[in-house]
Design a protein around this ligand. Sequence first.
Ligand code: DGP
Length: 115
Amino acid sequence: MAEETIFSKIIRREVPADIVFHDDKVTAFRDISPQAPIHILIIPNKLIPTINDITEEDETMLGHMVTVAAKIAKQEGIDETGYRLIMNCNKDAGQEVFHIHMHLLGGKNLGRLVG
Ligand code: DGP
């Protein structure tokens, strides 16, 4: 059984967060330590510790995370200027919270990361 993180408490509204979207599959809220003018985390309501723990039954929910990210980007007015979606897995990527999450970053030129 995976250990809960602070994100489970945010989903259950036991810890305050600036929630911008939620439905039966995902919750999205502003990052406590923003790395860009817009920095939102999209997380599954189901606890999955790392990307390595994703199974085929999670595929629909993962697609939904991307759809929700695009919807929020539009809501935040950065759909046309652009944004970046990032998911970190384990130590070398700097994952700190072991409940998978997608970072949505935008609101400024983010520079080139890869490519
Ligand atoms: P990562 O390094 O990918 O595991 O990113 C974890 C992010 O979670 C990091 O950008 C800070 C954010 N975070 C951690 N704890 C909290 C919290 O209690 N509330 C909010 N809103 N964000 C948090």
